[in-house]
Design a protein around this ligand. Structure first.
Ligand code: PHE
Length: 339
């Protein structure tokens, strides 16, 4: 029996030495040391032994079991270390490898100009008003004193939703909303999107942006309009910028003017940006028409006001020397990232 145990020990130790996975070691443990294992079955025959033999064989059996347990656990440790080292090698992180670039977005050039213009007017005590892009015909035309046969009302110029609603063609309807819903005096600007039935080309887009301005109160004069716009253009285009008011016609202002600024590239000498003129047109303006005040429940004999409206896309294109308005709306990152 002792012989049997010692041979078992030898084969078992050999087996353990040769396996190469933890799973196999575990199988060997079950085979040799488990409840139905070989050592247990040998020990079951101990009953057949004499009183003298029993402790001797028992001792050998224990030694064999201990030896196997020891061999198994150190084999397990060995395999675990091998596995760990293998994993470490496979999962090694190369800290010198360049990382993926994180792309941070930035404000669209039009948003940048809207922010810049807004800052300037906020500095002069204006607040920001907002109006919807889908407007009533009433606010966009009627209350703004546009004659019933005004060409801008035409289906070929304006996107109508139905006979009463349209996509606003200008930010001027915000004037009506502000005057109807607020106490006087009023001093607001209103940036926003506008829409006109235009085929896109280098200078036209069916969707574009304006910033409206409106001041209404007692003793508001054309001189204040000029002063406000002069201050504004100096802040936006540079201290040497001058304005020129050319007579014009808008249904909602009287008198009306188109306002030019001295070209900020050549300072008025004439260059390719101003097409040799020295002047660049940037906005429409005027004194709020008495009919418009009346339409909003304001007495034109007591109150007066001025209004102006500028094309944001045009100013953006001038400031950044962009020669095609469509570039602003193609959303090509390589283009937009330049500003
Ligand atoms: N709404 C006019 C336009 O779109 C601009 C304007 C605004 C003119 C306010 C006068 C006063 O051309």
């Amino acid at each position: 029996m002792q012989e049997k145990l010692l041979t078992l020990k030898e084969t078992a130790l050999n087996d353990i030495r040769e396996v190469s996975s933890i799973e196999e070691v575990e199988n060997l443990r079950i085979n040799y040391l488990g409840k139905k294992g070989e050592i247990t079955s040998i020990l079951k025959e101990m009953g057949k032994l004499s009183k003298e033999e029993r402790p001797v064989i028992g001792k050998v059996a224990n030694e064999v079991r201990e030896a196997l347990e020891e061999a198994i656990s150190s084999k397990k440790d060995e395999l675990k270390t091998i596995e760990k080292n293998k994993k470490l090698k496979e999962e090694v992180i190369d800290v010198t490898m360049p990382s993926k670039k994180i792309r941070v977005g930035k404000l669209h050039p039009i948003s940048q100009i809207i922010d810049e213009v807004s800052e300037i007017f906020i500095g002069m005590g204006f607040s920001i008003a907002e109006g919807p892009e889908v407007e009533t015909v009433e606010n966009n035309f009627d209350a703004l004193n546009a004659p019933k046969d005004h060409p801008s009302r035409d289906m070929s110029d304006t996107f109508y939703v139905n006979s009463e609603l349209l996509l606003r063609t200008q930010t001027s309807p915000v004037q009506i909303r502000t005057m109807k819903n607020n106490e006087l005096p009023i001093k607001i600007i209103s940036p926003g999107r506008c829409f006109r039935f235009d085929a896109p080309d280098a200078t036209h887009s069916p969707m574009f942006h304006q910033i409206e301005g409106l001041v209404v109160g007692k003793d508001i004069t054309m001189a204040q309009l000029k002063g406000t716009l002069n201050t504004f253009v100096k802040k936006l285009f540079g201290e040497n910028t001058k304005t020129k008011f050319r007579p014009h016609n808008f249904p909602f202002t009287e008198p009306s003017a188109e306002v030019d600024v001295t070209c900020f590239k050549c300072e008025g000498k004439g260059c390719s940006m101003c097409k040799g003129e020295g002047w660049i047109e940037i906005l429409g303006a005027g004194m709020v028409h008495p009919n418009v005040l009346r339409n909003c429940g304001i007495d034109p004999n007591v109150y007066s006001g001025f209004a102006f409206g500028m094309g944001v896309d045009r100013i953006t294109m001038l400031k950044y020397e962009i020669d095609d308005i469509r570039l602003l709306f193609e959303n090509n990152m390589r283009f937009l990232e330049q500003f």
